[in-house]
Ligand binder design. Structure first.
Ligand SMILES: NC(=O)C1=CN([C@@H]2O[C@H](COP(=O)(O)OP(=O)(O)OC[C@H]3O[C@@H](n4cnc5c(N)ncnc54)[C@H](OP(=O)(O)O)[C@@H]3O)[C@@H](O)[C@H]2O)[C@@H](O)CC1
Ligand SMILES: Nc1ncnc2c1ncn2[C@@H]1O[C@H](COP(=O)(O)OP(=O)(O)O)[C@@H](O)[C@H]1O
Ligand SMILES: [K+]
Length: 534
């Protein structure tokens, strides 16, 4: 299987920095031509989806900077394809002349394009070329960009105007796009926050910045996809057995919330764990065995030295013995820190800064999996030393990185978009799945899936350490299984399973584990099989 590179995003500022050596070498005009050509190709694609290209009308809202320059050059290219190309300036000088990229306008005029004060009502596509990575301060949406023709598709040039290309923050107003055609690299601001909502479908145009883009983990946001997830959670080795596939200890559920134990254990088993061992009271043990005769159950859980990953938290009763149950898991991981630890749900209210420090000092691999509300409470209770832990800055990714670095644990922040960060700044975005997952209990299933994925990895590491000279399976440097990448892969499997299940007409958390099983089986043993661990 040939490994395609994992997609990633960098900030708009990093893209500007990457352009600098090329601009200094006099390649600015060539870069712009390249960007404009890519933009024109994507506009043509939108037009072809609507009817004949020749005779269609494309208008562009054109700002004062290079973003407007891209739009003007793209209009010139479209004009040559028989499109009526109309440029609408959004700023004029004191004499009323448009303030825009002079060469771009000259090229458009030479190609037969025109200028207008407003977007024509007949426009099929409106290109938003007002502001790109040079956006500073606040954006007051100009009159020309309000009340656009209802039938026109908006295509943003590089970034929807008003969106901060670094953070996704919208300052002042923003313009919603159906498609954003972005240049040089995906920008983090198109994948995060309100920026992601305004950007629509994001298309990347390569303008040759690759070698100049930053590669250090804290400067990239990687995007989890199916091939990457398949590489990170490979099919078992031919000689694999239950121990090499990973043993997951599941400390979840209580007399009050027995279902969580079932959902979490099911998630682990269906995601391919060699064994799942549930520790809990008699009620949850009975429920788990009824649902899964193959699960092991006991009051105390598996032996620490035989456990590859622990899941603690879903459905613990914080009025009862939850803290003791959490401490037992913490101590099991401290006794055998090669086992990974997933801290979810109730355990997020039980874990202390001291627990995290002890786990970090032991070298344990810990992932906390809050949803937005749990994340707010966690950062309130365990802030970043010396910082406003709860934080109100728009840059959620920076807040996550700061917290993870301060406490030595990875964080998987759940929501419509899932973000995973590790203490070294490595960050992943997982955008698979949709609101079908927004029902009670799907997070419990995810905790088990995570446990299975992390356990398989821990078991592979243990085996590789035993067999001198063996590797961990995922050979390529880019796909070395890091904690954050494994967690993002687990989230991808879970979300894909949810989407598959919803398409098939079902969607409850109770049926989700079986869908996870189907997704993993297709990945491992179906036609599009993933890599094997051997
Ligand atoms: N560099 C390259 O070679 C390449 C760059 N490329 C393209 O260039 C884009 C970056 O171009 P850029 O740097 O000119 O900035 P851009 O986004 O057009 O906006 C800056 C202008 O807007 C103004 N302005 C700022 N804030 C404002 C506000 N709040 N409200 C109102 N106005 C505001 C500001 O004007 P000022 O107020 O300073 O007079 C300034 O003139 C990038 O996104 C990509 O599309 C590609 O072609 C590849 C090659
Ligand atoms: N609108 C949405 N789009 C995509 N995924 C979602 C959406 N809403 C929720 N999810 C996912 O569903 C899961 C819900 O987890 P959680 O909030 O812990 O639920 P619970 O505690 O009920 O188990 C998470 O994996 C989250 O990312
Ligand atoms: K724009």
């Amino acid at each position: 299987m040939t490994a395609s590179p994992t997609p990633f995003a960098v900030t708009g500022s990093a893209v500007r920095a990457a352009e600098e050596p090329l601009l200094a070498a006099g390649q600015g005009a060539a870069l712009m031509r390249c960007a404009a050509w890519g933009l024109a190709q994507h506009v043509l694609r939108v037009l072809r989806g609507r009817g004949p290209v020749a005779g269609a009308t494309v208008a562009a809202l054109v700002g004062t900077g290079n973003n407007g320059g891209d739009a003007l050059w793209a209009l010139a290219l479209l004009r040559r394809r028989g499109v009526a190309a109309v440029a609408v300036p959004i700023a004029r000088d004191e004499h009323g002349a448009p303030r825009w990229h002079a060469e771009g306008w000259a090229a458009l005029r030479a190609a037969g394009g025109t200028a207008a004060d407003v977007v024509p009502a007949r426009a099929d596509v409106v290109v938003d070329g007002m502001l790109g990575t040079g956006f500073r301060g606040e954006f007051a949406v100009p009159d020309a960009a309000r009340g656009l023709p209802a039938g026109a598709a908006v295509v943003a040039c590089d970034v929807p105007s008003g969106v901060d290309a670094d953070t996704g923050e919208v300052r002042g107003g923003g313009v919603r796009a159906e498609v954003t055609v972005t240049f040089g690299a995906l920008k983090t601001g198109l994948l995060l926050g309100d920026g992601a909502d305004l950007a629509g479908d994001v298309r990347l145009v390569d303008i040759g910045l690759g070698p100049h883009l930053p590669s250090a983990p804290p400067e990239r946001l990687r995007v989890m996809d199916g091939p990457t997830a398949a590489r990170l959670h490979p099919a078992p080795a031919a000689d694999g057995h239950k121990y090499t596939r990973g043993v997951v200890g599941v400390v979840a559920g209580s007399a009050r919330y027995p279902g969580a134990a079932v959902l979490s254990t099911s998630g682990a088993l269906e995601a391919g764990a060699g064994m799942a061992h549930h520790a809990g009271p008699a009620t949850t043990r009975a429920a788990v065995v009824t649902a899964h005769p193959e699960a092991l159950v006991s009051a105390e859980g598996p032996a620490p030295e035989r456990t590859d990953a622990w899941v603690v938290g879903p459905g613990l009763d914080t009025e009862d013995d939850a803290r003791e149950r959490f401490i037992r898991v913490r101590d099991a991981v401290l006794a055998n820190p090669r086992a990974a630890l997933v801290v979810d749900a109730s355990a997020l209210t039980l874990v202390t800064a001291e627990d995290l420090a002890a786990l970090r000092d032991a070298g344990a691999r810990v992932v906390l999996t809050p949803h937005a509300g749990e994340w707010a409470r966690l950062t309130e209770r365990i802030p970043v030393p010396g910082a406003d832990g709860a934080g109100h800055a728009p840059d959620e990714l920076a807040r996550l990185r700061a917290w993870s670095a301060a406490h030595g644990a990875a964080v998987l922040l759940k929501g419509p978009r899932t973000l995973v960060v590790a203490p070294d700044g490595e960050a992943w975005l997982m955008g698979e799945g949709g609101p079908e997952l927004g029902v009670g209990g799907t997070g419990d299933v995810l905790s088990g899936v995570l446990g299975a994925v992390l356990a398989a990895d821990a078991a592979r590491r243990a085996r590789a350490a035993e067999e001198e000279g063996a590797t961990c399976g995922a050979g390529e440097v880019e796909h070395v299984p890091t904690l954050a990448s494994l967690a993002a892969a687990a989230a991808w499997l879970h979300a894909r399973a949810g989407a598959d299940q919803a398409r098939a007409g079902r969607m409850t958390a109770g049926t989700l584990p079986a869908a996870v099983g189907g997704t993993v089986a297709r990945m491992w043993w179906g036609e599009a099989r993933g890599t094997r661990a051997d």
